[in-house]
Design a protein. Structure first.
Length: 355
């Protein structure tokens, strides 16, 4: 058990180095640009790509002994991960989701009931990449035998260097830290979720080999659905004039969407990969100036995020606040009860707001 957990908790060690690298970059500031001898050249942030090595392999997975009629007990941290797990595991798993509706994955901590669920699980699927930052101490100290599997194993994470490079007006100012580390919101590139599907299928199949053919069949069917979704998003984006493909968000949630489908990131009310920070007055003023200069027409705000600050910024600029589902799904009878429906809903809301 300890060995299994260790195998996961080795992964973030590379991530732990990231804040140091980023801090060095922030500390050097714009004035140091080009001063190669101090190592402050902005290209020196290249090593943040080491983050791509952070989640390289699945942990060791041994078949679980299940009694007759007993199902594999699976926990997913977020509703989005739970939906993707459900698509692959179907009726052969007993699935619990940790985060309730409206919860913020960055700040959520486990309740006593969650702890019981976690300790009884065979496997716990998490995002990894720092999304469940507030829950890390709990996940590190579980009493049960659950194996912890980050669905993002094999996904190439976006780093501060790439985020800063997207909006050239931001340049290399780095007057904020973008949270720290890498962008955990990987599900906004559908191809990343195809990697999740692979990881989930492999994990379930190794823990519960008796149902491996069923998991494989479900994963294959779902992959085709995701490929269709990916094409659908590309077609939808084409209906937005290129110069209007501008994204302003509550925190930096849509970096993968921008990179994969051709949007430009203008900025975020909270210039961070996490919600566990607050913007300074200077950062808000800079964002307003940025929005004005590029002519962005909307701020996209996650349904699980307090929209007050975004509404204030939007009011000042006379632009729209558009709610989208960034980190959770809707109720089953709502417009975004699955990952695929969520992406469809969001892209439609974005297209309508921008074109
Ligand atoms: Zn977030």
């Amino acid at each position: 058990m300890g060995l299994r957990r260790l195998s996961y908790w080795q992964f973030p060690f590379v991530l732990l180095l990231l804040p140091l690298l980023l801090a060095a970059c922030v500390a050097s500031g714009p004035g140091a640009t080009g001063s190669v001898s101090t190592g402050a050249d902005p290209h020196a942030v290249e090593p943040t790509h080491a983050a791509t090595e952070a989640l390289q392999a699945l942990p060791p997975l041994e078949p679980v002994t299940l009694a007759s009629g007993e199902k594999l007990r699976v926990v997913a941290s977020t509703q989005i991960i739970a939906d993707v797990v459900r698509q692959v595991g179907g009726e052969y798993i007993e699935l619990a989701t940790l985060l309730p509706a409206g919860a913020d994955p960055h700040s959520y901590t486990a309740t006593p009931a969650d702890l019981r669920t976690l300790n009884q699980a065979h496997v716990i699927f998490i995002n990894g990449l720092g999304l469940e930052e507030a829950m890390d101490p709990v996940l590190e100290n579980l009493e049960g035998d659950a194996v912890l599997v980050p669905v993002n194993v094999g996904v190439t994470p976006r780093s501060l260097a790439e985020e800063a490079g997207t909006g050239e007006e931001h340049g290399h100012e780095h007057d904020h830290e973008h949270g720290q580390g890498v962008d955990p919101h990987t599900w906004f590139d559908v191809r990343n979720v195809m990697i999740w599907v692979q990881n989930i299928q492999e994990t379930l199949s190794r823990l519960d080999p008796a149902h491996a053919p069923a998991y494989q069949e479900a994963a294959e069917r779902y992959r085709q659905e995701l490929e269709a979704l990916d094409r659908e998003i590309r077609t939808a984006v084409e209906s937005i004039p290129p110069e209007k493909r501008l994204l302003v968000t509550d925190h930096e949630t849509l970096g993968y969407l921008a990179a994969a489908y051709g949007f430009k990131l203008v900025g975020a009310v909270l210039p961070s990969f996490s919600t566990m920070a607050a913007p300074s007055a200077r950062e808000l003023a800079a964002l307003q100036e940025q929005i004005r200069s590029v002519g962005a027409t909307a701020i996209f705000v996650g349904t699980n995020v307090n929209p007050a600050l975004a509404e204030q910024v939007a009011r000042d600029l006379n632009i729209a606040v558009v709610p989208i589902y960034t980190e959770e799904l809707s109720a089953p009878d709502g417009p975004a009860p699955t990952y695929v429906a969520m992406m469809r809903y969001n892209i439609q809301a974005i297209v309508e707001a921008l074109r």
